[in-house]
Design a protein around this ligand. Structure first.
Ligand SMILES: [Fe+2]
Length: 352
């Protein structure tokens, strides 16, 4: 390691390195080092991937949306409820939920409507089912505000992982439909530069900015739909380019370091990197799906790292606080690594 790299590494993760492991453990809860992440689990089909997820022995699992396929169009949300009931009967799913600490956020199919947004009339019913299935405590703030966005900071000082779970459904404005359905690059939607359109809604935007000001060394921003991906016309932040820029600006203005983006939804896995102006290079891991993948998928990926992996997959985030590395891995149904990018502390910091 050269001197330049050492100097650039001074920052939040440096503080982590200064804290001996034994001391950190003595402070209470040890830091997270193994986080797993997945999305798109169709409850009517086998889900053999859970054996590999459990074998990885995650400290934490993040359900990144489409955790069941429960689309519905009735006020009683009975189809969503029965989808959740079916999920509890899947052995691996059930074992993970019973034995591994986990967090969850919804995407369109556990919200209740394919590509659904703010105008979905039954979203309150979907929220009730979400709160019930995920056993959200009676005093949880999600019960008293709109949407299901949520955040946690886990770990001792100097070794904190912040997990920010964004709600991309409750507040989202209508998308601009394509004029050429299925055409490569414009399959379903077109970018809409209308400044009135929102991904998160004002309240969630303000909350996100507040969260990014809280102290943490690594920050996982879970956006169920892809943030960085270009080259396709399915759901992605690029459909509201001003909102995508606002996300980059919010990260820049907060000076939040250690940000890694996680997304799902797409029925394929991939890694992406992009360096917005004024921010360090952002990395995104898309993991989808746990059993819903589209092996015949093909799309352009101008800011993608390597090829897509369109078979069943889950993602892992290995944090080595002592080496000061964060390794993002896309793993197959056997747990084998199919795509990987290793980030050093200096990759996750603003230049100084
Ligand atoms: Fe989705």
């Amino acid at each position: 390691m050269d001197i330049m790299l050492k100097r650039r590494s001074i920052g939040p993760l440096m503080a982590a390195a200064a804290l001996a492991p034994g001391i950190a453990a003595a402070q209470g809860r040890p830091p997270l080092t193994r986080i797993a992440f997945g999305s798109c689990a169709e409850q009517r089909r086998p889900q053999p991937i859970w054996d590999a997820v459990l074998a990885y022995r995650p400290d934490l699992f993040i359900f990144g949306g489409d955790n069941v396929y429960g689309d519905f169009n009735r006020a009683d949300a009975v189809d969503l409820r029965s989808a959740y009931d079916n999920a509890t009967m899947i052995e691996g799913y059930n074992r993970l939920v019973r034995t591994v600490p986990h967090l969850a956020v919804w995407d369109d199919h556990d919200y209740g409507l394919n590509d659904g947004g703010a105008d979905f009339p039954y979203k309150a019913a979907a929220k009730e089912e979400f709160l019930r299935f995920w056993r959200v405590p009676a005093d949880d703030v999600r019960r008293t505000r709109e949407g299901i966005y949520d955040a946690h900071i886990i770990g001792p000082p100097g070794m904190r992982v912040q997990i920010i779970l964004l709600d991309l459904r409750w507040f989202r404005s209508p998308l601009k439909r394509t004029d050429e359905r299925g055409a490569p690059g414009k399959e379903r939607y077109l970018p809409d530069p209308d400044p009135a359109k929102t991904m998160l809604g004002n309240v969630q935007w303000e909350w996100l900015a507040d969260q990014l000001h809280k102290p943490a060394e690594v920050r996982l921003i879970v956006s169920t739909i892809q943030v960085l991906a270009e080259g396709h016309g399915w759901e992605r932040w690029g459909n509201f380019p001003l909102e995508r820029q606002k996300l980059f600006d919010t990260i820049r203005d907060s000076r939040a370091e250690g940000v890694v983006l996680l997304s799902g939804d797409r029925h394929l896995g991939a890694l992406y990197r992009e360096a917005p102006a004024g921010v360090y290079a952002l990395h995104e891991m898309t993991s989808s799906g746990l059993n819903q993948a589209f092996w015949a998928a093909s799309e352009r990926g101008p800011n993608r790292l390597g090829a897509i992996y369109p078979m069943a997959n889950f993602g892992t985030i290995d944090v080595d606080w002592w080496e000061r590395t964060v390794t993002l891995s896309l793993r197959d149904e056997s747990g084998g690594v199919r795509r990987r990018v290793a980030l050093s502390a200096s990759d996750l910091l603003f230049s100084r």
